[in-house]
Each structure stands twice: as C-alpha cells, then as structure tokens.
Design a protein around this ligand. Structure first.
Ligand SMILES: Cc1cc2nc3c(=O)[nH]c(=O)nc-3n(C[C@H](O)[C@H](O)[C@H](O)COP(=O)(O)O)c2cc1C
Length: 493
C-alpha cells in the first residue's frame, strides 16, 4: 500500500525494525550531523534516526522532531517506493517499454493499458484545507529560525535545508519541475537556492530572469517518500516528478494550491515554504558547504529566495539528510535511480547490460558499464553515448567492460578492467561539462573526462595476440571437493 506521508513512512521503517527514536537532547548545530554520520557509516547504512528533543541556537527546544537517514539502506529505499527491491521498478519499466506488437487483436488491446501506465496516476488537486496548510504564517509572522535546519559541518556557511522538494514552473512550456537542491537559511525570511547550472530549476530561473519576471518558488519538506525521492531523480525536464511519483506509488500524489503563488504543492507535506526570486536583485553568497564529494564546496553566488509564507501540518516532522565523505544516505537514493533508470538507458544504448556507480565515486566521478560487445570500437560508442545523455554527461570516468563482468562488484570490475588494458591504447580523454561540485576541473563546471576500454580486445581492433581465459576450477573437481568438505575439518569464515 502506498505511503502517503513522512509519518507513515517512519512507521513502516519502525515496523521493519530500522528506526531508532532518540529522546536525549541534541543540538541541530553539528551534533545531529555527527550522530547521523556514525549511523550512515555503519554496515548497511545504519538505522533511520528520529530525534525528539532537538535544541536550536540559543538553547530553545525545537517544536518539531527531526528525521534523518530515512532513505539510508536498501531495505528502507524499497519501503519508500513500496517494493520488495528497487530493481522491481526497473523491471516494471522494462516491461512497459517492451513494445513488440503482440499477435492477434486481444494481444494488441492488452498492450494499450501497459503503455498508459506511466500516465495512469497523474497528480490531482484536492479541495478543502490540505494537511500541509493546517498552520499558516505569512509576512512578518514568518521565522525560518523555528525550523530545525541543520548546521552539518564546521566550515558550513550556515544552517541548511538538506532534503527539500523545490517546485518551479517552466515559464515557456508551463511544465512543472521538482528538484532536490540544498538551500541555505540566510535569516528569518531569506534563503539561498543552490540549484546547479545543469539542473532544471536553474534553467527555469534563467528563463524567468531573461523575461525580467519574479519567479515563484515553493519548497516542500516531508510528505510521501516517493515524491521526496522523485525530486532527486534525473528525469527529462518535461516529465513532472509528481506524475513519476504517482507511477512509483501506483497512486496519485495529492496537490493543493499554494497560498501566495500559482504553484501547486504536495498536500501531505510536513512544511511548505513559499517565496519568490527577484531577477533584478543581485545573487547572494551561498556556502561553503560540506558536500557529498567529501570535501567542502566553496562559497559561490546563487539566487536569493524571499519567503512569503510558511505553512505546516499541525504535528510535522522535519526531514533532513547529511552529505559528506561516502558512503552516506544519498548513496541509496542514487542507487534507486541507477536501478530504475537502467531500462531507460537501454532504450538508446541497448548493448548496456548493466551499470554501477560505486559509493566512493559519488555518482559523477566513476561509472562502470558492462556491455554486450558485438563489433569493434563499441566500448567507445557506449562512452560517447553516455556522455551525451542528461546528467550522465557529467560523468568524469567511464570504465567499460564485457557483459560477463559483475559491475555491481567494484573489485571485480577493476580487477578485470585493469588486467585488460594497455593504458596508452585503451584510455581516451575528451572534454565536456563536468559536475559543478568537481573541485579539480580546470574551469568551473568544464573539464576533461576519461574513458577506459576494459573490454576484451578483438583481432578486428588490431589485437593479434591470443587472449587468455579467466581461471576457473573445473566442475568435476569442485564436486569432489564439495563431497569431502565436511570431512576435511576446515572451518572458513
Ligand atoms: C541529498 C541530495 C542533495 C542534493 N543537492 C543538490 C544541490 O544542492 N544542487 C543541485 O543542483 N543538485 C543537488 N542534488 C542532485 C539533484 O537532486 C538531482 O540532480 C536531480 O536530478 C535534480 O533534479 P532536476 O533534474 O529536476 O533538476 C542533490 C541530490 C541529493 C540526493
């Protein structure tokens, strides 16, 4: 059954035995981060944490509890999306995309509902007062200091909202975007919006700024977990994340009109912060921020959001995450994206059998790809195709191996790739956009990329020597040793 709210999600996590409620007083300034970091670094991602007694600056107790690391395990990510394993969603999408026209009229008719599945659960607007507007503050009543935004690392420029859904509209097309972008709290009613230049929210803002129009923005915190996840998913700009969340949940996301703009906000959110960006205003300094690279992102200039209203549930829970040296909670959000998007990647690059972005590569630094190689040079074709796809274009290092390599196991992928390369022959460099967070590139968001062809080399590729087989014991010997194993007296861990 679909989970409709953050509270439902935390209850489900609790039933699965993966929630720890903390009653001890802890500060939103660094202490929650240090505790969460220890949980996230423990095997399997550690438990989700719900802090009941949160102390704000000045010693005040927060009126709201703080939940962190809710998405931070394979199990909890699956609970969030209502499946046993997130791969099931990839399978569901692969089935939808299997467009081979079946025999006979009945078969053809049966295809239609499958095609319509993505749009079967569009978001719908609810009448009456939505839960997210049970309590409303406008204008001078607004004080973001009441929200337990976390200071996450010692050199951070200030407290941050770390798990938001940022809702904007494309002024030309009218399409909605929901993006997860960190937001710095600058004061009672001001925020700095860290949408990076390659992201859809930033594109909407550039368009609004070119028109010289004020840009309405809504920031939802909490609500149903599929919507929260969808904000982090790299969907094409024209696909509404709330439609995608409805598809994932198999149930529409309920929306409500915002109070101070034409935007719509998730009715079940715990908090909604409404505001606008004025393109006539100068950008503000955002950061530094201890980032998911494991290094600080330097301070830079981003748009300022003026807050016009804050609404909330009567009993909201404030959702947060912590990023830093991997592995962290965001690895599990990204892993869900990796699994869900595999069939979509295969639509345009069908030879991709599997791919994996290991935690230490923080998504954009390292992508392993296993391909079904059918012709010479195909590894380069795949790299170039990946560098031409959405946010995959930011990948710094792509390592391509043959389909018999388990790329989910980074040790195996490196073992095979490093054995298979003659570096001068098999490594290529190219240029392109790089992630805004890359601190090593020669220019901000622009730099080089490396492709490693770790596939077996063919004669057609100019390789004339014999290629060796992988070492494996023969089946007869294995069976004989299996049969005698218990009598050998060898205990292996
Ligand atoms: C915890 C977390 C924090 C993130 N912070 C940012 C951020 O501050 N700025 C940004 O541009 N992307 C950030 N991202 C990545 C975006 O959410 C992701 O690229 C998403 O696809 C953006 O949505 P869009 O494609 O609609 O722009 C973050 C992702 C996660 C999981």
């Amino acid at each position: 059954m679909a989970l409709d709210s953050l509270r439902d999600f935390l209850d489900a996590i609790d039933r699965a035995g993966e929630l720890v409620r903390v009653a001890h007083p802890v500060s939103a300034r660094l202490e929650i981060a240090e505790i969460a970091d220890r949980a996230m670094k423990s095997p399997g991602g550690g438990p989700a944490l719900l802090f009941d007694h949160v102390v704000l600056d000045g010693g005040r107790r927060s009126a709201y509890p703080v939940a962190i690391n809710a998405f931070g395990s394979y199990r909890r990510m699956a609970i969030a999306l209502g499946v046993e394993r997130v791969d099931a969603i990839g399978d569901r999408i692969a089935e939808m995309l299997e467009l081979k026209v079946p025999e006979g009229l009945l078969g053809k008719l049966a295809l239609l509902p499958r095609l319509a599945e993505l749009s079967k659960f569009p978001p719908r607007t609810k009448g009456g007062r939505p839960p997210c507007q049970e309590v409303i503050q406008r204008g001078d009543e607004v004080d973001l200091g009441d929200i337990p935004a976390l200071l996450t690392w010692p050199q951070d420029g200030g407290p941050y909202l770390t798990l938001p859904m940022v809702i904007t509209t494309d002024p030309a097309r009218g399409t909605r975007n929901v993006g997860m972008y960190r937001i710095q709290v600058l004061g009672r009613d001001a925020l700095a919006m860290h949408w990076q230049r390659h992201k859809v929210g930033a594109a909407h803002w550039r368009e609004m700024a070119a028109r010289g129009e004020r840009m309405p923005v809504a920031i939802a915190l909490g609500g149903d977990p599929a919507s929260i996840y969808s904000g982090s998913a790299p969907l094409p700009p024209t696909i509404d994340e709330f439609l995608f969340a409805g598809f994932l949940r198999r149930k529409p996301v309920e929306l409500a009109p915002a109070l101070t703009s034409d935007l719509h906000v998730p009715a079940e959110a715990d908090f909604v912060i409404e505001g606008y960006i004025d393109p006539a205003e100068p950008l503000v300094l955002e950061g530094p921020f201890g980032d998911h690279t494991g290094f600080y992102s330097l301070a830079d200039y981003y748009p300022k959001v003026h807050v016009t209203a804050v609404s909330r549930r009567r009993d909201p829970i404030y959702p947060a995450t912590l990023v830093g040296r991997p592995p962290m909670e965001d690895y599990y959000l990204g892993h869900a994206t990796e699994r869900i998007f595999l069939p979509l990647l295969r639509l345009t690059i069908p030879e991709v059998v599997d791919y994996h972005m290991p935690a230490a590569g923080i998504f954009h630094n390292l992508v392993f790809v296993a391909i079904d190689k059918q012709y010479p040079g195909q590894a380069y074709k795949v790299m170039n195709a990946l560098w031409g796809q959405g946010l995959m274009s930011l990948a710094k290092v792509i390592v391509v191996v043959d389909k018999d390599v388990d790329v989910q196991d980074p040790d195996e992928a490196w073992w095979v790739a490093l054995n298979n390369i003659d570096p001068e022959r098999d490594v290529r460099f190219t240029m392109g956009p790089v992630d805004v967070l890359d601190h090593s590139s020669r220019a901000f968001s622009y730099g080089s990329k490396m492709g490693i062809d770790g596939t077996r080399k063919w004669k057609d590729e100019g390789f004339t020597r014999d290629w060796p087989d992988r070492i494996e014991m023969d089946a007869d010997t294995k069976a004989r040793v299996d049969a005698m194993w218990d009598d050998l007296g060898i205990e292996l861990p």
